[in-house]
Design a protein around this ligand. Structure first.
Ligand code: GDP
Length: 599
């Protein structure tokens, strides 16, 4: 990598054990280094950044404070949210771009067959080009309009992209076999698409089969919230046979219809960015990366940063393998020239020079180190967003052992849905917590709740790296109680004034330098030195502020109780007269904010 090979990102505080782990040193070594610097610490002790930085430097690392990297990360996040980028574009530069479509659904319901059938509607495809690799996306033309299909079926890929901030698809085709109906992965796929707020078109596949039962499947679809149009809903359900290539034109027609109403836009002249669909290392050609251009026009010679890979585009091919020089929004392209294999779902962007590219990559690498330790989608973050008014929802994924417990949980949670913070159940199903659940949670900033289930090892590991909160319960009311508490904690803080006492001004002393002092008698409660003070005259508030000094006899005191006399000087106010009432009060938070309830 670059010059910053030995840079290490450290948080404000870290335990000796964690520091040792990051420095790839033994805890004993760290403790010894601390001792030689006069710091005695045990393995679980927290040390601050400065101390940790000294140890790091003695062990050959340059420490960087996490916060600084987080700033970079924020920028990275802004970049990832290309939709936001597009929002930033001047609307007059935005033009319609082809919809990007992905196909999801239960295994064996015909996703691959359907993708092939659609690909073959395009007679022009199959021409030999300069590259023989299979490109993981293709385009077809329907009535003069292009549609881009992502050729990587499966919601894990779809959500992985989203988890990295790249909105992969504009439209989801949910394939449901007419003979098999709605299955667990159908529900899961629907949940993923809904969470991404991507419109869903159902392809009711295998209608050629004698055991196909379209009406039954439509009822099942209605049950999972995808109410077909002929049931007065607004989900398009298109009967198809991928195998016999029936209904494919209708499906393309439906895509165009949905695309027309969904405002799918991009700026061909705007900031150049998009996402990585797939990447591989070819022994002869080097790294071949399939990119989906999402904004701007990608050109030969552009310097690209894709995740932690970078390089100048040496060659670019369209999905047919034909060499091209430019690619506008929604175009999938295979490019050569990157120095490393990026991960599918990584965001790419074009930067002015390779030097800029290196800076970006180093920042991202550091950010990823932080990411490993610093959760990014914890309830705390969600809470922060809610507090800042950025979010008004608590997204939940519920997994339970049996349908019989799932239903009461979902119903009770929905009953909590009365306050200002909305509970959004993105996905509720039976079974253990899987990687796919964690991906969905990470992409949607959701908390995963399990009832009488466990999280499998892969899911746990992913939750750790993605910073997703998993909560496991065995008692329903505890689960509900926790969510309820979290909601309360998350409600916008309410402040209440607590009056603690009153005093009446008897006489005003004019004391040279000090100014006016109100000689008072405390008439109720007590007057506190560190509380707030309001001055009223004839029931009108004439001043609000803080106490400068509070004296009883000659002593400075913290409080003076009812029945006693005192001398009060307020900050920034001296205009008291006999008879004024001074009210001592505090501001209390109602329903103390606790963000860690589900942590
Ligand atoms: P995927 O797992 O969702 O990608 O499903 P595939 O595309 O691999 O299809 C699974 C099986 O269903 C294969 O044996 C296909 O030949 C078959 N299949 C797919 N579409 C149809 C169809 O429209 N009709 C019939 N009869 N079989 C189909």
């Amino acid at each position: 990598m670059g010059e910053n090979n030995n840079t290490i990102v450290l948080p404000g505080n870290i335990t000796v054990r964690e520091l040792a782990g990051l420095l790839a040193a033994s805890p004993i070594q760290v403790i010894k280094t601390l001792m030689t610097n006069g710091v005695m610490a045990n393995i679980n002790q927290m040390i601050d950044f400065d101390t940790a930085a000294i140890v790091a430097s003695e062990l050959g690392f340059e420490a960087v404070m996490e916060q600084m990297v987080e700033e970079e990360q924020k920028e990275e996040g802004a970049l990832a949210g290309w939709k936001k980028e597009i929002e930033k574009e001047d609307p007059k530069n935005l033009v319609k771009r082809p919809p990007v479509v992905t196909i999801l659904g239960h295994v064996d319901h015909g996703k691959t067959t359907l993708l092939d059938a659609i690909r073959h509607t395009d007679v022009a495809s199959g021409e030999a080009g300069g590259i023989t690799q299979h490109i993981a996306a293709y385009q077809v033309e329907h009535k003069g309009q292009l549609i881009t299909f992502l050729d990587t079926p499966g919601h894990a890929a779809f959500t992985a992209m989203r988890a990295r901030g790249a909105q992969g698809a504009d439209i989801v085709i949910l394939v449901v076999a007419a003979n098999d109906g709605v299955m667990p992965q159908t529900k899961e796929a629907a949940a993923h698409a809904k969470a991404a707020q991507v419109p869903i078109i159902v392809a009711l596949n295998k209608i050629d089969r004698p055991d196909a039962n379209p009406d039954f499947v439509k009822k099942q679809l209605a049950d999972i919230g995808l109410v077909p149009e002929d049931y007065d809903g607004n989900t398009m359900v298109i009967p198809v046979s991928a195998k016999q290539k029936l209904g494919i034109e209708d499906l393309l027609e439906a895509i165009i219809l949905v695309a027309d109403s969904a405002e799918i836009l991009g700026n061909p002249k705007g900031r150049k960015l998009g996402s990585v669909i797939e990447a591989e290392l070819d022994k002869a050609k080097g790294v071949i990366t399939t990119l989906l251009v999402q904004n701007g026009t990608l050109e030969m010679g552009d310097v690209v940063v894709a995740g932690t890979a970078l390089g100048k585009i040496k060659a670019m091919f369209d999905y047919k393998g034909k060499q091209i020089r430019t690619a506008g929004p929604s175009t999938p392209v295979a490019v050569m020239g990157l120095n490393d294999v990026p991960t599918a779902g990584d965001v790419y962007e074009v930067v002015p020079s390779e030097k800029d590219a290196r800076v970006k990559v180093d920042a991202l690498r550091n950010a990823r180190i932080v990411n490993l330790q610093a959760p990014k989608a914890t309830l705390e973050d969600i809470f922060k967003l809610i507090k800042e008014g950025e979010a008004r929802e608590l997204n939940l994924i519920i997994k339970a052992d049996v349908q019989g417990s799932l239903e009461p949980i979902v119903t009770s949670l929905q009953d909590l849905n009365k306050g200002t913070i909305k509970i959004n159940i993105l996905h509720a199903t039976t079974g253990n917590i899987s990687e796919s659940d964690i991906l969905l949670a990470s992409a949607s900033q959701a908390v995963v709740i399990g009832f009488n289930v466990t999280a499998d090892t892969a899911a746990r590991r992913l939750a750790e790296t993605e910073g997703v909160s998993i909560r496991l319960y065995t008692i329903i009311y505890r689960l509900i109680e926790d969510v309820e508490k979290a909601l309360k904690g998350m409600l916008a803080p309410e402040f209440r004034e607590e009056i603690i006492g009153q005093a009446v001004v008897q006489v005003v002393f004019k004391i040279g330098k000090v100014g006016n002092i109100a000689g008072c008698r405390v008439t109720s409660g007590e007057i506190r030195r560190n509380a707030k003070m309001r001055v009223t005259r004839n029931s009108q508030v004439i001043h609000e502020g803080e106490v400068g000094s509070l004296k009883h006899e000659r002593d400075d005191v913290k409080e003076v109780r009812q029945g006693f006399d005192c001398g009060i000087a307020l900050k920034n106010f001296t205009d008291y007269t006999a008879g004024d009432t001074l009210i001592s009060y505090t501001i209390e938070k109602v329903g103390a904010l606790k963000s860690g309830l589900l942590e």
